[in-house]
Design a protein around this ligand. Structure first.
Ligand code: G3I
Length: 369
């Protein structure tokens, strides 16, 4: 208890010295995440379109100071990169790849195969041959274009249900369970020097983890390359499943896989389910949006403690974890302001709406001391 109080005082002092509490808008944090963890794992962020285009000038400096990996939050999804049957739009993805090269930021392609954010022409496709043609052409074209230019691909995203069975997505329905192995086979041929990952949320939970392990074993048994598993890491305050996360890191590593934490954020607002299934929604109301003007100190402290516990665990297994990516640069830009209820004020990341480091940032940095 005393130790907690002392460390909270130290964090408050560090925040004061760095300008966090002084109301300055441009207070650059004294420490850098990518520097602090440079011998442990890459530190990534999700980038939105305006950040990729350099229009978000306030985010620009912070991104370069803090992160050495980036995942496009939306612009490489098939809806955007493949808007019509015979037309691709590589504009933003090319800009992202150039940005990464220029700034020494490793790009994780997200994502080749996902049942969500599909192009309109795909959504109600009935004919299995057409689905197979879309699937094959899409992977071949996109993975080939960025071969050697992106560091890794989330080849397949969220193919599993919570109980570990296969999700009945359009790909599973029309191509069968083997679509996952097939996606990796195509990606491997199209982009031989890119690391290939299966990415999901809640795949640290025992039943879904077992499904994920079965999926990986199937890919491996087919003689197809899979380099690792992404644990998305959309967790909730006060309920971080540390034991399950640790067990998952160990079990995935035992299969010869690398582990990435790919979409880390911690939800601080009320919610009655866990995970990131974008089809699940709740109606916004006052009770669901309790911190419209500010986050109470006790919640801020809990958030900091949760992030500290996570990073202690990640450091313990840094030999198995290659990358930890936050799902957004600052709180104001997080998808969690609009999901599962629209128009809430959420606080899930390490930087606040003014791009200033939060107490959680300092606790994360302090895990290396
Ligand atoms: O671009 C349109 C804009 O033109 C329109 O006016 C506006 C109106 O709602 O929507 C904009 O599109 C939104 C898009 O994000 C870009 O901001 C979509 O509505 C919105 O649904 C979409 O949300 C994204 C979500 O995936 C979609 O499934 C989130 O930004 C993105 O953070 C989220 O990311 C996913 C990962 O890819 C996979 N894992 C779960 C994670 C969180 O859902």
């Amino acid at each position: 208890m005393l130790k907690n109080k002392c460390s909270w005082l130290a964090i408050t002092a560090a925040m004061f010295l760095s300008g966090y509490t002084s109301g300055q808008n441009n207070a650059a944090p004294a420490a850098s995440l990518k520097e602090t963890f440079k011998n442990d794992f890459l530190i990534g962020t999700a980038l939105n379109a305006s950040q990729i285009e350099g229009k978000d000038t306030r985010a620009a400096a912070l991104i370069l100071q803090q992160f050495n990996a980036a995942t496009p939050e939306n612009i490489m999804k098939s809806m955007i990169i493949h808007p019509a049957w015979d037309r691709y739009d590589f504009d933003l993805a090319d800009k992202l790849v150039d940005y990464g090269k220029k700034n020494n930021i490793k790009i994780n392609g997200h994502t080749l195969v996902w049942h969500s954010q599909l192009p309109a022409f795909m959504r109600n496709m009935k004919d299995a041959d057409s689905v197979r043609k879309f699937f094959t052409d899409h992977i071949n074209t996109v993975a080939r274009r960025y071969s050697g230019k992106v560091f890794s691909w989330d080849v397949v995203n969220e193919a599993l249900n919570e109980d570990g069975t296969m999700r009945k997505s359009i790909f599973q329905q029309k191509l069968g369970d083997d679509f996952v192995t097939e996606a990796f086979r195509l990606a491997q041929a199209a982009s031989p020097n890119t690391e290939l990952y299966y990415n999901d949320y809640n795949n640290e939970q025992p039943a879904k983890r077992a499904g994920c392990i079965a999926l990986v074993k199937k890919i491996q048994a087919a003689g197809v390359r899979i380099d690792g598993v992404g644990i998305q890491g959309h967790w909730q305050i006060g309920k971080i499943p540390l034991k399950d996360i640790e067990e998952s890191i160990l079990q995935y590593a035992a299969l010869g896989l690398k582990v990435h934490i790919t979409e880390l954020d911690i939800e601080v607002l009320p919610r009655n389910f866990q995970g990131a299934d974008v089809s699940q929604r709740m109606e916004n109301n006052a009770a669901l949006n309790p911190y419209k003007t500010a986050l109470p100190d006790s919640v801020q402290q809990q958030l900091a403690n949760d992030y500290e516990a996570l990073f202690k665990l990640f450091l313990k297994h840094s030999d198995k974890i290659d990358r930890v990516t936050f799902w957004g640069v600052n709180d104001g830009q997080s998808w969690l302001n609009d999901w599962p209820a629209r128009g809430r004020t959420n606080y899930p990341l390490l930087f606040d709406r003014e791009f200033k480091p939060k107490p959680a940032f300092y606790k994360v940095i302090a895990t290396k001391n």
